[in-house]
Ligand binder design. Structure first.
Ligand code: CO
Length: 433
């Protein structure tokens, strides 16, 4: 297994929830010499230094300031969240013989992939303090739950298109009849506090299965949450190793993409523009902010669909991304993807600089396809943006599959994004330094 895949798997393993993804990202950034900033404090930013800040503990923006006066921003945006099940406030569903947890879906998952596999619980707990509350991240490092299938003898239709009911089929089993009242106690124990001192929580199920490399020549990788932790991890790796003398390099890992981005820490918020404005102000460029965004470039990085081995008919006849075939540039006439002729051209140049392969994706014209965060972010801070991702199978399964060679391609290309500077000439021509 190459070092990139090892590091990717260890990031994914740690990033069980968006809160844990941000905590792990902070750890990597601190090790790389980035300094932490609190949104609520005054920022004293120095040219040539690198920083990060978070919002809600579940979204993070890291940036590196150039030594010189900046031309603009070079941004890579991805998301920290993945489809899962959120545990409700009154968590226990008890009967005579069983205690289950009462969960509701977060995002659009493939339900069948969550059955008959060891699951556990992770998230954040708000603990009462003398003066207010304190956030503590918890994750149970044990097989704690299972969502059992109904035996085929009792559900003969399960192989011919079963409609899963979120309020009936998806409740994970937590214990036998003796487990009544145990869940809150377990959470308190894990958080290191008294059960009565827990004033709030955001807890999710997570798949216990670690990442694996497989296939005839180990050409495939499978892991939970590849969408979109593969892109989030790659953006951090690239930012850590890229020192741009002319532009502000920014990696934004935003939350709640899977539920439409419309939260204070999502792409449909003021988080990214507010950080960019504060950076511009600190560099004495606030009056030039619009000039900076005109000379900026953004990559909206969210995984893409590889052509499916058993269902190639779902892929467009002339857009059939292959795993290990390189970065996927996504197009959509209705601008669910931001890519246009300009942003595609600029990104192709950067891929060529990195010597990495790239391929194109568009939906079949009779399939609606998905959406992502690039176009939403552009309504708050607008700049030339390209939508890309790595090709994968089984998007939104609890265990997704991608190519083992592609993460290195993405890191190399994103490094070129962070090292570049775009100058808009105003006549449809651009200079790419
Ligand atoms: Co995604």
């Amino acid at each position: 297994m190459n070092q990139t895949i090892k590091d990717l798997f260890s990031f994914i393993q740690a990033a069980k929830t968006p809160f844990h993804a941000v905590a792990e990202a902070k750890k990597l950034l601190l090790e790389a010499g980035f300094a932490a900033l609190n949104e609520a404090d005054e920022w004293n930013l120095l040219p040539g230094h690198a920083y990060f800040t978070d919002r809600n503990g579940s979204a993070l923006i890291a940036f590196r300031l150039p030594e010189n006066e900046p031309d603009g921003f070079q941004i890579v945006a991805s998301h920290s969240d993945s489809p899962s099940f959120k545990i409700k406030e009154n968590a226990e569903l008890a009967s005579d013989v069983y205690v289950r947890l009462n969960v509701e879906p977060y995002g659009g998952m493939i339900c069948s992939s969550w059955f008959d596999r060891p699951l556990s619980v992770a998230g954040r707990v708000l603990v009462k303090t003398e003066t207010g509350v304190e956030t503590r991240l918890i994750s149970f490092d044990k097989d704690l739950l299972m969502i059992p299938n109904v035996a085929i003898h009792m559900n003969r239709s399960v192989n011919s298109g079963y409609a899963y009911n979120m309020a009936v089929d998806m409740m994970p089993l937590f214990g036998d009849g003796n487990a009544k009242g145990a869940f809150k106690k377990l959470v308190a124990e894990e958080a290191g506090c008294a059960a009565d001192d827990i004033l709030g929580n955001d807890l999710f199920l997570y798949n216990r299965m670690p990442g694996t490399e497989w296939g005839e020549a180990n050409e495939f990788i499978s892991a939970p949450r590849l969408d979109d932790l593969e892109c989030a991890f790659s953006s951090l790796s690239a930012l850590i190793s890229a020192d741009n003398p002319r532009s502000v390099a920014v990696a934004a890992i935003l939350d709640n993409e899977e539920v439409g981005s419309g939260t204070k820490q999502g792409a449909d918020s003021d988080f990214l523009p507010s950080v960019l404005h504060r950076v511009a102000a600190a560099l004495g460029k606030e009056a030039d902010f619009t000039r900076m965004t005109a000379n900026s470039f953004m990559v909206s990085a969210d995984n893409a669909h590889a052509v499916h081995p058993n269902h190639p008919e779902y892929a467009d006849p002339t857009h059939r991304p292959a795993m290990n075939g390189g970065i996927v540039i996504k197009f959509n006439a209705n601008q669910k993807y931001t890519t246009d002729g300009v942003s595609n051209a600029l990104f192709e140049i950067l891929c060529k600089r990195a010597c990495v392969p790239y391929q194109f994706f568009a939906n079949r014209s009779d399939l609606p396809g998905g959406s992502t965060l690039g176009n939403i972010s552009n309504t708050h801070v607008s700049m030339n943006t390209v939508d890309i991702g790595l090709p994968q199978l089984a998007m939104h399964s609890a265990y997704e599959t991608a190519g083992a060679k592609d993460p290195d391609f993405l890191i190399a290309a994103l490094k070129e994004v962070f090292l570049a500077s775009v100058k808009a000439k105003g006549n449809g021509s651009y200079t790419l330094l």
